[in-house]
Design a binder for this molecule. Sequence first.
Ligand SMILES: [Zn+2]
Length: 216
Amino acid sequence: MPQMLIWRRHTPKCTHRRKGREFLKCSCPLWADGYANGRREYRVSLKTRDMGRGLKRAAELDAPGAPVLEPIKTAVKAFMQRCTDLQPSTRRKYLNSLSQLQQFCEAQKIDIVSDLTVETLEAFRAGRNLNPITSLKELHTLRQFFGLCFDRRWISANIAKLIKGPRSIRPNDVEPYTASEVAKIIAASDAFGRGAYERSRARDGAPVAIHGIADR
Ligand SMILES: [Zn+2]
């Protein structure tokens, strides 16, 4: 069981600030640090200046079944470690998206995965200004990331699953096939189906199936 230290982040105006953060008899914002084996595991704002409320929130953080307090930074590291078998270009895209998210959270003073909400994630998405295809791909990355966070009990839900993908993906937004990709698709559609009729249906249907934009 990690130990928790409750302290106040004294404001520049606090007349007690020289007494150190463990001086609690003022009304500066309350924070909590969690320690395990003498090492600090997390630091989280208790989002109040009131000691009664602060203690209540601290108890909630410590309650059995509560999300584990995991810094976003180390959660991203854990996710990237799980992706080592992927193509370097895919890993770069994942890391870019998650670094952007991390910076966004830092600017919002959110350190801990469980402090992220659907609203925060929507605000992050709104600021990204990506084209619909890239935006959809990034949403898939976020769903994988928060899926890992959920599995490890760092968050109580996969919040990225509650976010809708871009609404209108026009055919023009879909990256066109190269000639060799088209040849492969036609060859694949010739390889199955017994009659000529089925083959031609598979051929007509193949590009649509492979576009795979159905799960927006
Ligand atoms: Zn103070």
